[in-house]
Design a protein around this ligand. Structure first.
Ligand code: DC
Length: 215
């Protein structure tokens, strides 16, 4: 039986780390929906396409091949990783994720992927828009302070950013994600909320598993 686990939540809350771990434990596919927005943003940057040239963006969207193999995103048959994780790509991904035609196209691909195999997906609209009938939905949160500190230690410091800059960027991303007109980030009515502010990674994974396994 094919089943879908949805994890939504704000930036830097650890959705992808948790989703990857759960996908291994449960032996199901992991789909990082944010990576798809990042991949399109990356292609716009590389091809020097203006972010308000909607005809060109549509063209890129329609001719880009996006697949997941062994839980990794392939763009036009090329595995992408670090190049879609830069600050520039994050900003452009956030902007284009507010364009309805971009969302429409990516949601179509995401739904197709989830048709055939059990998956765990993470993003902003998995439980509200992509799979409103997902078998189990989670909304993962943590305080801005905690998320900023984690992100600062993971990558911000290495990239020469201060804790206060990382905090501001998380606050801005929260505001943009929660206030855009099309599919804003919000908790689905039937989602289970898990707050990881005071939990270790292991404790958070165990909490998810206890809900998934129903104990
Ligand atoms: O999760 P992430 O930081 O990799 O996501 C990149 C951007 O894409 C982020 O600004 C939010 C947006 N996004 C979205 O709007 N809907 C999704 N399902 C996933 C990500």
């Amino acid at each position: 039986m094919v089943y879908i686990i949805a994890i939504d939540g704000p930036s830097g809350v650890g959705k992808s780390t948790i989703a990857k771990k759960l996908s291994k434990i449960l032996s199901i596919n992991y789909i990082d929906t944010g990576a798809m927005y990042r991949a399109i943003a990356y292609k716009l940057i590389v091809n020097k396409i203006s972010f308000d040239d909607h005809e060109k963006i549509k063209e890129i969207l329609n001719k880009t091949k996006l697949d997941f193999k062994a839980n990794h995103l392939y763009v036009d048959d090329k595995k992408v990783s670090k190049e879609i994780r830069t600050d520039e790509v994050s900003k452009v991904a956030s902007l284009i994720s507010s364009y309805p035609y971009v969302r429409e196209k990516l949601v179509e691909i995401q739904r197709e992927i989830g048709k055939y195999d059990s998956c765990i997906l993470d993003g902003r609209d998995v439980g509200t828009v992509i799979f409103p009938k997902a078998d189990i939905k989670f909304y993962l949160t943590a305080s801005v302070k905690t998320r900023a500190k984690r992100r600062y230690l993971q990558s911000g410091k290495k990239n020469g950013l201060t804790l206060s800059e990382v905090t501001k960027s998380i606050e801005k991303r929260d505001f943009d994600d929660m206030n855009r007109k099309c599919s804003p980030l919000k908790k689905a009515k039937d989602a289970i909320e898990i707050d990881s502010t005071d939990k270790s990674l292991k404790e958070t994974v165990l909490k998810f598993l206890s809900y998934i396994r129903g104990n």
